[in-house]
Write a protein that binds this ligand. Structure first.
Ligand code: SAM
Length: 233
């Protein structure tokens, strides 16, 4: 275990980095639980995706077939899940994963009961699935929410659970054109941690190339979002 020395009222105490990470993670889960109560209303006001067209587009690019198993990480209130269901049909399986129970509750009440859709509460850094289990994984407008080394851990885990030759697609906002929104965009990225933010801004694809053999970047039709498609060797 790694240890970090901290001063506490003159006494030297030791706090494990693992404990610190756990505490930070709990705070983040609480934040998202709270946010879950107005997340959909917030997205409705600010999203450039009325009717979920962008998410349908993303699901269509994964390369899923009827009967496949698909996973959406950081699913939030489950905005991607209906689009993925459309790709795998009734015989397929769709799983939405998130570490916020509040977000998952909101997803469940929005989706209703569907026999082939499951919601799983877990951290993306430790996916509770067998290796080579999924034919496609998506992450919509959530990758930049992963702090510290969570994005690296998450990519390693996605590579593990994907079947060979199958794809992970992540969609995120591209650098906005208007100054105010661009400032908000940079704040969001730098909240990931300074070194991660610089890595993303300098050469984002390299982050994905560390885990995947083929990485392709494209833009959505409206030019506001980008899609990074990663294929497992
Ligand atoms: C912007 S929101 C949801 C976005 C959603 N995919 C969409 O398209 O509307 C980001 C989500 O990521 C989840 N999240 C953040 N860090 C996570 C982690 N380490 N493990 C699992 N979920 C995480 C949050 O709980 C939140 O629901």
């Amino acid at each position: 275990m790694l240890w970090q020395r901290t001063a506490d009222r003159g006494l030297r105490t030791r706090v494990s980095l693992e404990e610190k990470d756990n505490m930070r993670s709990k705070i983040r889960v609480r934040y998202y639980n709270l946010f879950s109560h107005f997340y959909d209303a917030f997205v409705k006001m600010h999203s450039g995706d009325p009717g979920g067209k962008l998410r349908d587009h993303l699901a269509g690019k994964v390369g899923l077939e009827h009967g496949d198993a698909a996973l959406d990480i950081c699913t939030g209130t489950g905005a991607m899940l209906s689009s993925l269901c459309g790709q795998v049909d009734q015989e397929g399986l769709v799983i939405g994963l998130d570490f916020s129970r509040g977000m998952l509750k909101a997803a469940r009440s929005k989706l209703g009961a569907r026999a082939n859709v499951f919601l799983v509460e877990a951290d993306v850094g430790n996916l509770p699935f067998k290796s080579d289990a999924f034919s496609g994984v998506t992450c919509s407008h959530a990758f930049y929410e992963l702090k510290g080394d969570a994005s690296d851990k998450c990519l390693g885990e996605i590579n593990r659970i994907l079947k060979p030759g199958k794809r992970f697609l992540m969609m995120e906002h591209d650098i906005p054109k208007t100054r105010f929104v661009r400032t908000l965009f940079y704040i969001r990225i730098f909240l990931m941690g300074r070194s991660k933010a610089l890595e993303i801004l300098r050469d984002e694809e390299r982050l994905f190339r560390n885990n995947f053999s083929r990485v392709e970047k494209s833009n959505t039709e409206d030019g506001r979002s980008k899609i990074i498609a990663c294929e497992k060797a």
